[in-house]
Design a protein around this ligand. Sequence first.
Ligand SMILES: Nc1ncnc2c1ncn2[C@@H]1O[C@H](COP(=O)(O)OP(=O)(O)O)[C@@H](O)[C@H]1O
Ligand SMILES: [Mg+2]
Length: 230
Amino acid sequence: MDSREQVFKLRSIRRTYQVGSELVHALDGLDLEIYDREFIAVTGTSGSGKSTLMHTLGFMDSPSSGEMFFEGKDVSRINRSARARLRATRIGFVFQSFNLLPKLSVLENVLLPLVYGRTRMENKKELGMAALERVGMEHRSTHRPSQLSGGERQRVAIARALTNRPRLILADEPTGNLDSKNRSRIMDLFGSLLEEGITLALVTHDDEVAQYAKRRIRMQDGKIVEDDAP
Ligand SMILES: Nc1ncnc2c1ncn2[C@@H]1O[C@H](COP(=O)(O)OP(=O)(O)O)[C@@H](O)[C@H]1O
Ligand SMILES: [Mg+2]
C-alpha cells in the first residue's frame, strides 16, 4: 500500500458543458489519485480534457458531479470563497503563454499572488526576491516582461507560481512556446522544485518533456486511459 500522503483524490469526476443543444463531456467519470511529491505529466490529444482537469485540480472550475478530496478533506461541494482561498494559497499555476502583466515589473508580477494576503510590503518583497532567486531571475526584477526572452518570462511565471509557497504546481503546456534549450532549462527547474518538496502536474504534448516526469497519464475523451504510476 502507498504510505505517502495523498494530495488529491478524484472519484467519478464529470464536467459537462452545454454548447447549444449539445452536451460536451470534458471530464467523463475520471478517477485519479495524486500523492505528495509526485511529478505527473498529462498527455492526450487536443480536446481530451487536459486543461479541464488542470482547472479542476486548481479550483478554477467545479466538477458537474463526482467526489473530490484535497489533503484528505472533501472539497466536492465547498463554496466560492473557500475555493478561491485554496486556489490562492495552496496552488501555483504556470501557463503556456506566461500570462505576465506587461505594465508591471518582473518583481511586481511575482508579487501578484500576495495581493489577497495580509503580508507586509517589506516581507512581500523578500518573498518575491526569494522566488526570483529560485528561478535565477533576481537580476531582472525591475525589467518589464517585454524586455525578457520567452524562457526568461516562463521562469518569472514559475517564480510567481512559487510566491505563496504552494503545495502543488499545475502547468498547462508550460514549454509550448519555448525552443528546445529553454524547454530543457524549464524542465530542469521543475525537477529542482520537486526536490524541494513541491508536487507537480503538467500538461504536455511533447514526449521529451513527458520523459522528465516520474509518472505519465494519458487522457482520452475525458478519462484517463493510461497511467504508468509505479
Ligand atoms: N468553456 C467551455 N465551453 C464549452 N466546451 C468546452 C469549454 N471548455 C472546454 N470545452 C470542451 O471540453 C473538451 C475538453 O477541453 P479541454 O479540457 O480544453 O481539452 P484539452 O486541454 O485536452 O485540449 C473539448 O471538447 C472542449 O471543446
Ligand atoms: Mg488544453
